[in-house]
Design a protein around this ligand. Structure first.
Ligand code: ATP
Ligand code: MG
Length: 362
């Protein structure tokens, strides 16, 4: 997203966080964050029609020349309950206080909207140059462990590395995790990270023990390159093909669709022949099938996607009716017989299928 032009001479409006980082890196931003030093709801309503406001957080969304722009008030927060959402203690604090609640120095830069001046209280520019992710204080991961996953996301997206002390703090946290945390936020970060479809992200996630945030039991990196697999067989829920492998997912809240993907994958038993493979995978989400391939037998999954899934029987219930076969559970038996034969001989024609159906009937 490009930086939106806002005419303001107050000297109190700042682009802040990721957008400033992205501007200095010369990459496009996913979203725009603007902060007003003071109460944004009072001040920023003049830029256009107010679409939405949230006085508890001091945020307001305004229509600026056809763009919905979010303005935040500078705010201070405390983590009253570690690992959970912070509590706002002050709206309209100083820019410095606002910056100090953020995750990493490179995400704590501000840029004055009217002058373009960069305000850097924490050495973010230097870290950006050195591609380092550094937390702002030693309690950072304890306050909000989702920052560990956020760091992973930025490591993969931008090639950043953890600064040494920050790496120690991460290790320290992961060695003794406080599981009383907001998993909704953890899930959001996991989705954003693993939807990048990066094998490297998963390797770091496993090797550095980040998976323990959700699934405490030991977990080993599967041998399959998941990134390559997904490139060849694309799916909607990329992240789930990674995270679904973890043995304990009880902490994450899944949607109905996500839960079905995991349950279907876990319910697949041993598959001994083409017919069993076909019957087990037909109608399942590709995510479930890939999960099975990664954790159990890849060969079987490749055979299904590359060969078996393209084979379909042609006869229908209507055709059986025309053969004077009464609709009954018998139909399924006939279809299965025809399918078994067709999996062995995909060249079977419609007439071959009818012939076989008649024979089964007898
Ligand atoms: P992206 O390009 O993914 O949007 P971003 O850095 O802009 O990266 P956002 O999630 O949009 O990330 O958050 C905007 C800013 O809010 C961040 O740059 C950071 O300053 C702050 N922030 C976001 N999440 C946290 C967090 N969990 N803890 C502290 N600060 C955070
Ligand atoms: Mg952002």
């Amino acid at each position: 997203m490009d930086i939106i032009k806002i005419n303001d001479n107050s000297d109190k409006l700042y682009y802040i966080g990721g957008i400033v980082r992205d501007k200095l890196l010369g990459v496009r931003s996913l979203d725009v964050d603007i902060t007003y030093v003071g109460n944004a709801i009072d001040y920023c309503s003049k830029f256009g029609e107010v679409i939405q406001e949230n006085p508890d957080f001091g945020t307001v969304r305004v229509n600026v020349g056809g763009h919905a722009v979010d303005f935040a008030s500078t705010r201070a927060e405390v983590y009253a309950k570690k690992g959970h959402l912070p509590v706002v203690t002050k709206i309209g604090c100083s820019l410095k206080e606002d910056v100090m609640r953020r995750d990493f120095t490179v995400n704590a830069l501000a840029m004055n909207i009217s002058t373009g001046e960069i305000v850097d209280y924490v050495g973010g520019q230097e870290d950006l140059k050195n591609k380092l992710l550094r937390v702002l204080h030693d309690e950072s991961f304890i306050d909000d462990p989702t920052r560990i996953i956020r760091a992973l996301k930025f490591r993969v997206r931008f090639g950043f590395e953890l600064e040494e002390h920050t790496r120690h703090l991460q290790e320290y946290y992961l060695a003794d995790i406080n599981y009383d945390m907001s998993y909704k936020r953890v899930k959001k970060e996991l989705i954003e990270t693993f939807n990048l479809n990066s094998q490297r992200a998963f390797e770091i996630f496993v090797n550095e023990g980040m998976y323990r945030l959700v699934s405490p039991e030991n977990f080993e990196l599967p041998k399959v390159n998941i990134e390559q697999l997904i490139k060849k067989y694309p799916v909607n829920n990329v992240w789930l093909v990674y995270i679904g492998l973890l043995p304990d997912l009880s902490r994450l809240e899944f949607t109905k669709e996500e839960r079905k993907i995991i349950e279907d994958f876990r319910a697949i038993g041993d598959l001994k022949n083409d017919f069993e493979i076909y019957k087990a995978f037909d109608g399942l989400a590709a995510e479930s099938i890939l999960l099975y391939g990664i954790s159990k037998e890849l060969r079987v999954v490749l055979r299904y996607f590359d060969v078996l899934s393209h084979i379909k029987i042609s006869i229908t219930g209507e055709d059986l009716k025309h053969l004077d076969i009464e609709p009954s559970p018998e139909y399924q038996k006939i279809f299965d017989c025809v399918l078994k034969a067709k999996l062995e001989n995909p060249e079977m024609t419609f007439d071959d299928e009818i012939k076989l159906a008649k024979n089964v009937k007898k």
